[in-house]
Design a protein around this ligand. Structure first.
Ligand code: CA2
Length: 143
């Protein structure tokens, strides 16, 4: 099974500021945790991060016919991007939305999620474990 993990803008800055919200671990730590978990459950994983909406759309489109499941943390684009929602709909790959922080307890503008309208499940506020739970869900579901 091939899983693609997609991370949106500024997630490459994890661990540098706002540790009270996102923790002290870095983006490299997140990638290492995801890779180790993928090996443990026997799936192939590719991790992609971009600060650019169009690049994220391109990566989702490139997954068509090659990837069995997508774990996506669109970061700030969660709250603004119909393009990412449409890209997920276009490829039709099962997807799970993940947020490190509990967006439901944060500012009003973080209460909107466009990709949620497509995703099979949303996991918020579980830190890095949310990514692993999402991978586990996709691997178990094998939709
Ligand atoms: O909780 C999440 O995972 C978010 O997707 C993270 C985004 C935020 O815009 C979403 O509302 C919730 C932010 C990405 C990381 O931003 C940083 C900010 C300061 C320092 C390091 C990273």
């Amino acid at each position: 099974m091939n899983i693609l993990v997609i991370n949106g803008p500024n997630l490459n800055m994890l661990g540098i500021r706002e540790p009270e919200i996102y923790g002290k671990a870095t983006y490299a730590d997140l990638c290492a945790v995801i890779q180790a978990f993928a090996e443990r459950i026997g799936v192939n994983v590719e991790i992609y991060q971009s600060n650019h909406e169009g690049a994220l759309v391109d990566r989702i489109q490139a997954a068509y016919g090659k990837v069995d499941g997508i774990v996506i943390n669109p970061a700030a684009y969660t709250h603004t991007s119909i393009a990412l929602l449409d890209a997920l709909k276009a490829v039709g790959i099962p997807a799970v939305e993940v947020h490190i922080s509990d967006v439901s307890q944060r500012e009003e503008f973080r209460q909107v999620s466009y990709v949620r309208l497509y995703c099979a499940k949303t996991i918020c506020g579980h830190g890095f474990d949310g990514y692993l739970e999402a991978m586990d869900y996709l691997a178990e579901a094998r939709i």
